[in-house]
Design a protein around this ligand. Structure first.
Ligand SMILES: C[S@@+](CC[C@H](N)C(=O)[O-])C[C@H]1O[C@@H](n2cnc3c(N)ncnc32)[C@H](O)[C@@H]1O
Length: 274
């Protein structure tokens, strides 16, 4: 790769020098840099020296497996974009399905909703945008994540009350109609199987939980009854092999559990009621 050649190449020629980096990532990065739709990228134009320099900077970061969303500082979620930093998980398309499930199952009436482990705030913001009459609260253990979530909510005009908490700690009893949670669910033993992009760059606090990844979801199930109103429901996103664990726990704790599959046909979502 010639980092020092004169700035005469087109974007297409620069991309051709970056073997090993998927073209899709470079196109996404360029689309962000030029604020241009992916379908209209001026690949045959020649970047000015400053943009050419930014290209090689992005390339160095991509070569270190840094997710393109952290390089661009943003990620799409449903019909909006959130700012993302290495302090928050990059929102995943599966989580959009979790939001859709909540919107489908909870009534369109004034409700108190809680997003546990809010990260970038994507779930809480999506719910508040879709149901302005809901009162949405969001908690996270990480103050750094909460700072990003607060900024996203402010930028997107979503009125959400954020606070730092360990799961449902400190919440008034019987105060919530719906709990939504995409908590960490990966076991330490699976660390080595994760793509380097995830393992080396996304926050460990957002990925890993004890007991093969099930500890936080199980603890949430234990704590939730006190916080939920009698007709309340919990909406969970979890790991695809973990359903039997949650099914057993639900039976022990007296919850009714219904599971749903993601678009790749993996059983990833659970709705609990009692
Ligand atoms: C998998 S990420 C999900 C982020 C976001 N909700 C999403 O769907 O993109 C899990 C989040 O849970 C937070 N978290 C981890 N342990 C927690 C705990 N004990 N209590 C509250 N939040 C926790 C992490 O900081 C992280 O932001």
């Amino acid at each position: 790769m010639t980092h020092s050649s004169p700035p005469r190449e087109t974007w297409r020629e620069l991309f051709a020098q970056s073997s090993g980096i998927p073209a899709g990532k470079l196109r996404w990065w360029l689309s962000d840099l030029l604020d241009c739709p992916l379908t209209r990228l001026p690949l045959d134009s020649r970047p000015d020296p400053a943009r050419r320099e930014r290209f090689f900077d992005a390339l160095r970061r991509l070569e270190r497996n840094e997710p393109v969303q952290y390089i661009c500082g943003k990620a799409p979620f449903l019909d909006f974009e959130v700012r993302v930093t290495p302090n928050v998980l990059i929102p995943r398309p599966e989580t959009e399905q979790l939001v859709e499930r909540v919107l489908k199952q909870l009534p369109d009436t004034p409700l108190e909703i809680l997003d546990v482990g809010t990260g970038s705030g994507c779930i809480a913001i999506a719910l508040k945008r879709a149901r302005p009459q809901w009162t949405v609260r969001a908690v996270d253990l990480s103050e750094k994540a909460l700072a990003v979530a607060r900024e996203n909510a402010r930028n997107l005009g979503a009125e959400i009350s954020f606070s730092q908490a360990d799961l449902l700690q400190g919440l008034p009893p019987g105060s919530v109609d719906g709990i939504v949670a995409n908590l960490p669910y990966i076991g330490e033993a699976e660390r080595g199987d994760l793509p380097a992009e995830v393992r080396d760059h996304e926050p460990g606090l957002a990925l890993f939980a004890d007991h093969d990844g099930t500890a936080l979801v199980l603890e949430l199930m234990r704590q939730a009854r006190a916080v939920l109103r009698p007709s309340g429901q919990i909406f969970l996103e979890t790991g695809e092999t973990q359903s039997p664990v949650y099914r057993n726990a639900a039976a022990e704790l007296g919850w009714h559990l219904e599971s749903f599959r993601d678009l790749a046909d993996r059983e990833r979502f659970h709705v609990l009621s009692y």
